[in-house]
Design a protein. Structure first.
Length: 70
């Protein structure tokens, strides 16, 4: 029998502190690179996905607030 791995096992939830850093970066219009320096444990895809769930967009490495929402 082969072992089946659940993808959720290695997914760690974002802490409140990490979410706060991302939210501040979104409202300030920072770049993705500057956020990656602050959160070295997270990879680019995780950060982009979290920002999208929070309602921010990422385009060419720049985090922005969509005009219609928030």
């Amino acid at each position: 029998m082969t072992k089946h791995f659940n993808n959720k096992q290695n997914k760690k939830a974002f802490t409140e502190e990490e979410s706060r850093i991302l939210f501040k970066a979104g409202t300030d219009g920072d770049t993705l690179e500057s956020v990656q320096k602050k959160l070295p444990k997270r990879n680019r895809t995780q950060l982009i996905n979290k920002l999208n769930r929070m309602g921010f967009g990422v385009n060419k490495g720049v985090i922005y607030e969509p005009k219609g929402t928030l």
